[in-house]
Every structure is written in structure tokens, then in C-alpha cells.
Design a protein around this ligand. Sequence first.
Ligand code: CUA
Length: 368
Amino acid sequence: MALRTPSLRRIDRWVPAVCVTLAVLVLAGCAPEGYPQTTLAPKSDFAELLDQVFRRSFQLATIVFFLVEGVLVWALFRFRGKPGDAEPAQTHGNAMLEVVWTVIPAVILVFIAIPTIQVIFKTAAVPTDNPLVIEVTGHQWWWEFRYPEYNLVTAGDMHVPLGRTVDLRMTTADVVHSFWTPQLAGKRDVFPKRDNRLWFRTETPGVYPGQCAEFCGTQHTRMAFQVVAQDSASFVTWREGLAAVSAPAPGPVDSAAPPPNPLAAQGQQLFTAKGCVGCHAVTAVGAPTMTGPNLAGVGDRTHVAGGWLPNTDENLARWLHNPQAVKVGVLMPNLGLTDVEITALVAYLRSLRAVPAPPAVALTAAGN
Ligand code: CUA
């Protein structure tokens, strides 16, 4: 009767299970070391609240799972039919059983619903403890961060001070995106012409990866950002440095003081000559939103190209060489830059630091 042999049927049954197990193991290995993109290691008060709900629900689900599966497995063996058994008694409905298996889940749901609703209200509340307001704007495909308290704007890296609640006011310049830093806060969608909010406070310094979590076009997956959580002294150094380094020089608009390095100075001229200034501001103080990310302080950001390429000279050069090859469909065109021009532009962008680079080791040695 059977078209396949029993051994083949057994393989059919095990292949999906083995594939799923392998996939889970492989995907579980994706997280980078240190600050992985995981919701299971909360590092803020907001993330802790979500984690408590998750853990309570998961614990209850675990108990239910083992109870139900235990009874099922017990029944399978206890009432297993043997060849020659007579047909068992047929039943139609059992009012008592149905009441029991309706009431028990209802009670369990109440135990899950109470803390869930409490957390919904807590996380939706507007923070009143002197929060730092940050205006977050999603763009295809990068994130912009404004600090109205300091009249500063930046992109890609969102700096936050430890121990102070940040109150995010969020919107989008184009399509719907979703702001998600798994270790610090839950996902929050951003909509055109509408303000959404999110808040959190962290006490743990670190660089937390974040990701757009709503499909928003071809490069959705490369719309990342980092939350740089730092102690208040480092935060002040960063914001004051950003304000100082990008303070507009007296004279022509939007040109920071020429950098001392001649190669960087050449890059600065190219930045204007090649039209980069048309889309990118290099001053952070009170700068308007432009087509491309604000580049003040880009020299010491953790990432470039929409928060997903580590900020190395090689990656900057790769990006300038042909953005379309790195991130198809991005607004930045291929400017046809030569290698010499790219080297100068990289030197210029690298010089736009919020925090001065630590002195080179060689200089210290020479001084001694
Ligand atoms: Cu923005 Cu996905």
C-alpha cells in the first residue's frame, strides 16, 4: 500500500526538525559580543518593565506547556489501543470538563493581563523627571537626532547621558519606520506628520545597536543606529565638543574653520566644489534638516552609511567611491571621485570630530 519505505518516511519526519534546530543554533550565534541586539538582556528601566512582563508570561506558558504535554503523553501511553481491542465508549460533550478548561485559561489570562496593562500605562506615561528631550526623525535610510536643549543635531549615533531619562519625540521625514534598540526600549513606529513618544533611562554605559524595525524600502535592513550611553562628564564633553568643532566660522555660510591638516583642507574645498554641501550640513548648532545626514562630528561616530558600516577610513572611501554599489537606491549619487579626491575627503571628514583624537603614541614618546 505505502508508496515509500518506512525508513524514508522516518527521514521525512526528522528533516524539518533538524533544519529548524540548526537554523535556531546558527541564528543564535549572530549576536555580536558585548552589546548584542537582544531583548533578553535589558539595560534600561523601560526595557526592564517589558522584560518583567515577558518573563511572567513565559513562566506561565512553560507551566501550561509541561502540564498539557504531560497529560497528553500520559494519555497516549495509558490509553494506547492494542490489536483486538473493542471500540472504546463514544462520548459527546462534557459540561464539567468544558467549564474547567474555559475557566483555567481565563484565570491565567487575568494573571498575564494585570501586569501587562500596568506596564502599558507605565511605558506610555510622559516622563516628568526633568528628561532630556531628543527629537528623532527617520529618513530613508538613516536616523536624525536633535537635542533642542543644546540646539544640536546629529545622525547615526544617539548620545545619551547615564542616569537621566531621555524623552524621545519621534517622527519621519518620509515613510513609516520603526525605532528599536532592543536592550533599551521597545519598538516604536514613526509616522508622517505625527509625533510618537518613547522614553528610557539607562545606568549602564555602552554602545547599543539599534535598527529600523518596519520595512521601509530596499535598504530597510541597512537603516541602523547606535545609542551611545555615557557618563555625564563624557556626554558633556561630546556635546560641547560637537558645538565647538562645528561652530560656523564668521563669513560664508556653513563652512567650519579650515582644518589644520593640508590634506583635510583640500578635502574641505572638495566638499564644496563637488556639491556635498548641497545635501550635508557640517555644523551641528541649529542646523536645518537637509537631504543627507548632518556630518558635524562624523569623524568620531561609530558608524557611517546609515549606521551600519563601521566608521573606518576604508569604509568611508568605499562609500565615497560609489554609494550606489554599497547601498543600492540611496539618495547619494556616484560623484565619480578620483582616488586622490577620496583620500582628501576622507581626511576632511575624519577631522570633523566632536571629541579630539587622543594624541598619537609616537608624539608622547618623542616628548619624553
Ligand atoms: Cu526604516 Cu525600515
